[in-house]
Design a protein around this ligand. Structure first.
Ligand code: ASP
Length: 349
């Protein structure tokens, strides 16, 4: 149903470089009040839609983000879901891809845009990328199709020249203005003179599944990464895999999903799986997918009970595990769901 009321966007400020200012003593950047940010972007008042703002009580550097902050963001969106056409989340770049992935799972049946953006330089600096990112993120969040429906109906990251699916994104540069990329999925939109959406890449909830927004708060962080390297020691892997309370491991393997075939290694993996730990295999390569049948080294991992993570990003894999365990699912259910795409995060074979 379309209405004649003006489009309304809620902007949620969590912190990050975009709103930071230099500490006069240490000269290090630290989060500052939202008013500082808005004062630097008077152009917001020139937009042909309304923008309201909400600020975290204590804006943070995103390196300090944890599931309690994701919960806070989701609560704000849930509370305001029916009053706004879309949401823009201002966030530090360091863990933006984790937040984007987590929100994509926590917000089930999302049919409105949640656009996350930030900047590499504070908005008060002369050469800032913050103003452009902020204005474009607002415009993307307000964009409607010819039927008056939201153009973007998922969690996405807007940065410099691209709009990326949130749970497919990764921060790939600590220096460049184009700080994000998506190695296994096309961009949702290209930002140039105009905003050019890739309609075919945008996520749409299947029609028969159209329901109200459902939010999930229980993110279970009894999970860890195990990053393989040649020479990794048995006692370290054992220590890792016998961590009390551990439920899930995202194992970053070589190439198409390969690991050492040493007897001790496969034995430890099998013991962990037999003890109910879910181990998901993702590749250390930035592009491509795990193919457990290609080499014996990947096949043996699968035989030991490791679940193929296909082309999941590390950020999506770990937050998806937190989400699935947070739902209280059994080990077997988590294993199965890790291989299904929940919100467009993986290419299933
Ligand atoms: N350390 C900052 C943060 O993630 C970096 C940034 O915002 O770009 O909050």
């Amino acid at each position: 149903m379309t209405s004649n009321r003006r489009t309304r966007i809620l902007m949620i400020y969590t912190g990050g470089t975009i709103g930071m200012i230099e500490n006069p003593v240490s000269h290090a950047l630290e989060p500052f009040h939202f008013d500082n940010l808005l004062k630097n972007v008077p152009k917001i008042s020139m937009l042909d839609f309304d923008v309201d703002t909400f600020q975290f009580e204590h804006p943070i550097d995103s390196s300090s983000m944890n599931p309690s902050h994701w919960t806070e963001i989701v609560k704000i969106i849930e509370k305001n879901y029916n009053s706004y056409d879309g949401f823009v989340v201002l966030h530090g770049t360091d863990t933006m891809a984790y937040t984007a992935s987590a929100l994509s799972f926590m917000l089930e049946n999302l049919s409105k845009p949640v656009i996350i953006t930030g900047s590499q330089l504070p908005i008060g600096e002369v050469r800032t990328d913050g103003e452009e990112n902020l204005i474009t993120a607002l415009q993307v969040a307000a964009a409607k199709d010819s039927c008056g429906k939201q153009m973007v109906q998922e969690v996405a990251i807007l940065f410099e020249s691209y709009l990326w699916r949130g749970n497919r994104s990764t921060k790939h540069s600590a220096n460049n203005f184009n700080a994000f990329t998506s190695n296994n999925y096309p961009c949702l939109a290209k930002i140039g003179l105009g905003i050019s959406f890739n309609d075919y890449a945008l996520l749409r909830i299947p029609k028969q599944k159209h329901e109200e927004l459902i939010v999930h708060y229980g993110m279970d962080n009894d999970v860890i990464y195990l990053d393989l390297f040649p020479g990794i020691k048995e006692e370290h892997v054992r220590h890792f895999l016998t961590t009390p309370g551990l439920k899930g491991v995202v194992m970053k393997t070589f190439g198409a999903g390969n690991g050492p075939t040493d007897e001790w290694f496969l034995k430890l993996i099998k013991e962990a799986v037999d003890n109910g730990i879910v181990i998901v295999n993702i590749t250390q390569c930035s592009n491509g997918s795990v193919h457990p049948f290609r080499y014996v080294t990947g096949y043996e991992l699968m035989q030991a009970g490791v679940v193929p993570g296909h082309d999941l990003t590390p950020e999506a894999a770990i937050t998806k595990m937190m989400y699935l365990f947070g739902l209280g699912l059994s080990t077997q259910e988590v294993r199965e769901k890790m291989e299904e795409s929940i919100s467009g995060e993986m290419t299933c074979c």
